[in-house]
Design a protein around this ligand. Structure first.
Ligand SMILES: Nc1ncnc2c1ncn2[C@@H]1O[C@H](COP(=O)(O)OP(=O)(O)O)[C@@H](O)[C@H]1O
Ligand SMILES: Cc1cn([C@H]2C[C@H](O)[C@@H](COP(=O)(O)OP(=O)(O)O)O2)c(=O)[nH]c1=O
Length: 202
């Protein structure tokens, strides 16, 4: 089963992802951008204020393709629980926002279309919901994406994705204290696994 954690920068994804390690020692914990050289290329692009948004989308997507074949698919085939800190929804939400400044029409549909041909959608996605101002303040604006105005556009895209796939998303109020957010995430994962077992056993 593939569970992804999504949300704005500073929403607490990494805090929750780390807390889950103890509860699920046999699970595979992974993240995007990855630690491969494709991931290095992504970070290089993120540090370039003038990076071409379309080129940047394809760098992120190349990293995802490698992540899928090297980590995600083998782990799922081995029957593992996989928990990924960011995954394809990050591309849909972030790159669609960056691409909205280009001539490309309907960027959200465009980015989703690219993935449809080869990607593997998550079974469930935990969305840590936080307002863009809190997100930008917590993240400390260390990269070009961590600005409140841009994050507001990203959040609108996440809302569109949730509206289109309500059964896949679990929304958690990430403005609550970290220990409460972690507990809500842990409970959600427990419930998702229980539901999965029940479905598989049926
Ligand atoms: N619920 C929370 N309330 C206040 N601060 C938080 C909360 N969750 C995380 N933080 C802090 O915000 C920063 C970003 O958290 P992190 O887990 O790295 O978020 P993300 O991975 O979503 O960017 C860290 O300094 C972390 O301690
Ligand atoms: C995976 C992914 C990340 N991003 C952005 C979101 C973050 O600003 C940055 C990831 O940097 P990172 O330092 O890992 O931030 P976080 O802890 O919030 O995940 O890359 C995209 O724009 N598209 C993507 O597909």
């Amino acid at each position: 089963m593939l569970i992804t954690l999504e949300g704005l920068d500073g929403s607490g994804k990494t805090t929750a992802w780390e807390a889950l390690h103890d509860a699920y020692p046999d699970a595979v914990f992974t993240r995007e951008p990855t630690e491969s050289w494709y991931g290095d290329a992504v970070y290089r692009s993120m540090s370039d204020e003038d990076a071409d948004p379309l080129a940047e989308l394809f760098l992120f997507t190349a990293d995802h393709a490698d992540h899928l074949s090297r980590v995600i698919r083998p782990a799922l085939e081995a029957g593992k629980l996989v928990v990924s800190d960011r995954y394809s929804d990050s591309r849909f939400a972030y790159q669609a926002a960056t691409l909205s400044e280009t001539d490309l029409t309907r960027p959200l549909e465009y980015v989703q279309g690219i993935h449809a041909a080869f990607s593997r959608p998550p079974d469930a996605t935990i969305y840590l919901d936080v307002d863009p101002e809190t997100a930008a303040a917590r993240a400390g604006a260390t990269n070009k994406f961590e600005r409140a105005e841009y994050l507001a556009a990203v959040r609108d895209n996440y809302e569109e994705l949730i509206e289109a796939n309500p059964e896949r998303f679990v929304r958690i109020d990430a403005t609550e204290p970290p220990e409460d957010v972690v507990e809500m995430v842990e409970r959600s994962v427990e419930r998702l696994l229980r539901e999965r077992e029940r479905r598989d056993g049926a």
